[in-house]
Design a protein around this ligand. Structure first.
Ligand code: ZN
Length: 522
């Protein structure tokens, strides 16, 4: 018996064009799809039949291939949002308002700081933060989550002084006399993070409350991009519990990181693979971010002569780490933003794949914000999938502007990658950006417009269809889930969205009308 039939204008990667048709659903799966005249006769008197508004368009559910659900939950629970802050004065009033809710000495944690949006175009110094908030320890995370700012009280609680050495894989920003200036890069953030005292987060409640934020944006599946990044192995237990309790109303494919990755590689804490949860990927970070000046470039930053960022691994160490995961059958995802980091990762993948060839490995590069000639072709040749966040083009204008002039034609070069034959997997990196709406990302991929209305590297604009495919099929492919979801085909999960794609409106104003998961309207 067919549970549900829906007729609509349909688009999917499978057919490659928009056409009117119908879908028949049974037990959460698509059991037939085709012309409405072929599908309607399958209805029985118990079948629920829905004729979608002919103006609307039905697509596969969006798959956000690079999300940080637990970071997002934490941010909603404990952090002061600084996304809209545009000056030091504005920062001071925002932090002071937050301080009023707290007693003296309690931590203030900020999120979404971006000096590129500030009138001053720089980070505030530790002493400037002290003047803004004299009675609380302050830790402010930059939007990219690779850099943070601490005031003097926070540094003192963490025991960071002029004598403290930089930790492995990070840097403590310093004045000329060696005193910390309050800027913490990469692993140095953890030195302060380790002493932050906050009331515990109710993770289960937080996850349940976050679900509507995904559903209203049409997201039906995510790649959790660094499980283990927040609380080590506990991240895994939190997600497993959320799944068992029914708080996790999304399909999730995990990228294990740190303690979680180590447990999996040791054969422990393995996840049962089904339509709701998969754990195919081990995650690495091999450089930092453009905004933080820590993404590893082959030439100096446009606005910071002498700085080219830096790698977090030597080639030898990266090859050893990749080999361990690859030889156990895992897919690898590696965070690379600067062109030198992209080149290094490709060099290391090539070495591993030469030594241990594997068909259909789907190893991934994450972000890939700056290329140089030849790298896109190398991605395609090695079969590397590229996880990119088109919404960065919309929000990260000031970061992109840091790419050196000679590499600007290779900034956010999504079309070059696609044309070279690399599979594109779209995602958002939420909560790194102020919003993670797939339709906004798709609009940015097609128009290359930023929130200010500027256009970044226009020749890299993608066709609408390519962008939709990258947010559905390509993203599912990147998570080894394309036989389960990400398309409209017989046998796949009945996950889809209905959008208003009114051609009279700009793409960025298109809206999600309905989201269906497992054959059910949410
Ligand atoms: Zn990420």
């Amino acid at each position: 018996m067919i549970d549900t039939i829906i007729t609509a204008r349909l688009y999917s990667h499978h057919t490659g064009h928009i056409a009117r048709g119908g879908i028949a659903i049974r037990h959460g799966k698509i059991v037939a799809i085709g012309a409405a005249s072929d599908i309607m006769p399958l209805a029985s008197h118990q079948t629920q039949v829905t004729h979608t508004d002919p103006a609307y368009l039905l697509l596969p559910g969006f798959v956000d291939s690079h999300q940080h659900l637990l970071s997002y939950v934490r941010e909603r629970a404990e952090r002061v949002g600084l996304w809209q802050v545009t000056s030091f004065d504005h920062l001071a009033t925002t932090l002071a308002t937050a301080a009023q809710q707290l007693s003296v000495g309690q931590w203030i944690i900020g999120a979404g700081h971006d000096q590129g949006r500030y009138h001053e175009q720089r980070h505030p110094h530790r002493r400037e933060l002290d003047a803004m908030i004299p009675h609380h320890p302050v830790l402010i995370h930059r939007a990219c989550n690779h850099i943070a700012l601490a005031n003097s009280q926070a540094l003192a609680l963490a025991g960071i002084t002029a004598q403290t050495a930089d930790p492995v894989g990070g840097r403590i920003g310093r004045d000329a006399d060696g005193e910390p200036n309050g800027v913490l890069e990469e692993s140095a953030v953890a030195l302060v993070r380790a002493v932050v005292q906050k009331p515990p987060i109710d993770w289960q409640r937080g996850i349940a409350h976050a679900m509507p934020e995904y559903h209203k944006r049409g997201i039906t599946a995510i790649g959790e991009a660094a499980l283990g990044h927040i609380n080590g192995i506990d991240d895994l237990h939190v997600m497993q519990q959320a799944q068992q309790n029914g708080n996790l109303a999304l399909r999730v494919a995990y990228m294990g990181y740190g303690a979680v990755a180590n447990a999996w590689l040791a054969g422990q804490e393995l996840i049962v693979d089904d339509d709701w949860q998969q754990a195919p990927i081990i995650k690495f970070f091999s450089d930092g971010t453009l905004g933080g000046g820590s993404a590893w470039m082959s030439t100096a930053y446009r606005d910071e002569p002498g700085n080219r960022g830096y790698p977090l691994y030597s080639d030898e160490d990266l090859i050893a780490a990749f080999t361990r995961a690859h030889c156990q059958g895992y897919q690898i995802a590696v965070h690379v933003i600067g062109d030198a980091a992209v080149a290094q990762a490709l060099r290391c993948f090539a070495a591993v794949l030469t030594a241990y060839p594997r068909y259909n490995h789907r190893h991934r590069l994450e972000h890939c914000e700056s290329l140089r000639p030849g790298l896109a072709a190398q991605c395609a040749q090695l079969g590397i999938v590229v996880g990119v966040q088109p919404i960065f083009t919309w929000f990260e204008e000031s970061d992109v502007a840091r790419i050196p002039d000679m590499l600007m034609p290779y900034a956010h070069a999504w079309k070059t990658l696609h044309d070279a034959g690399a599979v594109l997997a779209f995602g958002s990196d939420n909560p790194v950006v102020p919003d993670f709406h797939p339709l906004k990302g798709i609009a940015a991929a097609v128009t290359r417009q930023t929130w200010r209305g500027d256009v970044i590297n226009a020749p890299e604009a993608l066709a609408w269809q390519t962008a939709i495919d990258a947010y559905t099929y390509g993203a599912a492919y990147s998570l080894q889930a394309e036989q389960r979801y990400g398309d409209l085909r017989r046998g796949l999960c009945a996950d889809f969205v209905v959008i208003d794609d009114n051609p009279a409106l700009p793409l960025a104003q298109h809206q999600v009308i309905e989201t269906w998961i497992d054959g059910k309207l949410l």
